[in-house]
Design a protein around this ligand. Structure first.
Ligand SMILES: Cc1cc2nc3c(=O)[nH]c(=O)nc-3n(C[C@H](O)[C@H](O)[C@H](O)COP(=O)(O)OP(=O)(O)OC[C@H]3O[C@@H](n4cnc5c(N)ncnc54)[C@H](O)[C@@H]3O)c2cc1C
Length: 393
């Protein structure tokens, strides 16, 4: 432990995202005298992205895929403020909160994820279900499944967006919905599942992975509409740019992410889409006391796709950078790998692996994914083990 008093005493973390849960633990393991860590969290449970499709499919209970931030804060000695940040007053070094007094910082880190981007599709905000925030999305999915079990409930389910999130989501939803509907005495044959995307599905993955998922969709009788653009969503249809309509009782939107609006008022440099522009040390390019990581940040030197895996990997360099900056040292640079192994589930205990031109599939890959995901979650859920680690430090 470093006994010198830090130059920065108040470290404020906004958002309990994938990177910040690591920062909480890491900073608690090597405290600096007089340093206080505060977490400002809008939601008190962090959903772990890797296990979300499994929650939707009914393979995990909701609590298995969530980190309890109250417990983690208590164990790590972090001050927790349950509030939504809505601005930064950088001149006075304050985080502005909705409905609460501002919080002073010496260093601030932002890991707040993305907002749903529904505005490009007319009627989507009114008639469709957005995947973010995930907490309310899971409630809406539960409500949709309950309605689908009713005699006159929704039968025609359409997802818009062909990235890994959309593909896994629709496959997982189908598994759970058909299971519950059968139990409720409904005929599985009444349901249709359609995925609409304006390019190829899984456009950032290789052709073998795309072919495997097209096969999975075909085997399950699911409809795949690639290279068609959605113009609007109404109460019972999805309207394509061509004017063609697809009948829909429920529509899920998993298309592009948008940056939180409040970033615009901070004076921090943003990328073309409004995300916080950061350098390789995860510091804002125009304010060295502001760090950002995860989906809300844009690494200007090495842009990466917005995925939980990068948010998770940003945790250690972010914690190290904050610790160094607090001691008046220059944070080290982080250059994330350009490629990562993606294990994409098919909505059951089966997964397809993708990395560059590599593709493999099988039930064993789901077992590997399950092991990796559970191991990561244990670090933040098993607070008894964490307390033992902290006692030994
Ligand atoms: C259905 C679905 C499946 C996915 N599956 C995968 C997958 O298998 N693998 C993968 O790598 N990625 C996956 N993703 C993507 C993944 O969820 C994101 O990339 C990941 O969550 C980003 O983590 P983050 O830490 O940036 O933000 P988040 O996990 O979104 O965390 C942000 C946190 O900040 C809080 N917050 C937000 N605004 C404020 C505010 N103003 N003030 C205070 N707190 C705030 C929120 O409550 C939230 O807890 C999936 C996404 C979806 C929707």
């Amino acid at each position: 432990m470093n006994s010198a008093a830090p130059m920065a005493k108040e470290i404020v973390l906004i958002g309990g995202g994938h990177a910040h849960v690591h920062v909480l633990v890491n900073l608690a393991m090597r405290p600096l005298p007089g340093m206080r860590v505060t977490l400002i969290a809008r939601d008190l449970a962090t959903p772990y992205s890797g296990m979300l499709p499994g929650v939707i499919a009914g393979l995990y209970r909701t609590e298995q895929a969530h980190i309890d931030l109250e417990r983690l804060a208590a164990v790590t000695g972090t001050r927790l403020i349950h509030a939504q940040a809505n601005g930064l007053d950088r001149a006075n070094k304050l985080v502005l909160l909705a409905g609460l007094p501002p919080v002073a910082y010496d260093l601030v880190s932002i890991d707040v994820g993305i907002e749903p981007s529904l505005s490009p599709i007319e009627g989507a905000a009114e008639h469709a279900i957005a995947v973010k925030p995930i907490g309310s999305f899971l409630h809406k999915i539960d409500a949709l499944i309950a309605q689908a079990c009713e005699p006159d409930g929704p039968r025609r389910i359409v997802a818009i967006g062909g990235g890994a999130g959309g593909v896994e989501l629709l496959l997982s939803l189908r598994t759970r919905l058909l299971t519950d509907a059968r139990v409720a005495g409904r005929d599985a044959g009444e349901f249709t599942f359609t995925l609409v995307t304006d390019g190829d599905i899984l456009a950032t993955h290789n052709a073998c992975v795309r072919a495997a998922f097209r096969r999975v969709f075909a085997e399950r009788g699911m409809i795949l509409r690639e290279n068609v653009r959605v113009r609007a969503v109404t109460s019972d249809t999805v309207v394509l740019e061509s004017g063609e309509t697809i009948a829909a009782d429920a529509v899920l939107v998993t298309t592009d992410a948008a940056a939180p609006d409040w970033f615009r008022g901070t004076g921090l440099e943003l990328d073309g889409k409004g995300f916080l522009a950061v350098g390789p040390t995860l510091q804002s390019v125009n304010d060295a006391d502001v760090f950002a990581a995860g989906d809300c940040a844009a690494l200007v030197a090495s842009p990466r796709e917005k995925a939980g895996v990068y948010a998770v990997r940003a945790g250690p360099p972010l914690a190290a950078g904050l610790h160094r900056r607090a001691r008046g040292l220059q944070p080290d640079e982080w250059h994330p790998q350009a490629r990562h192994l993606a294990l994409i589930s098919t909505g059951e205990r089966y997964a397809i692996a993708s990395r560059g031109i590599f593709k493999a599939e099988g039930a064993w890959l789901w077992t590997v994914k399950d092991w990796i995901d559970r191991r990561w979650m244990r670090m933040y859920q098993d607070t008894d083990a964490l307390m033992r680690r902290m006692a030994r430090r």
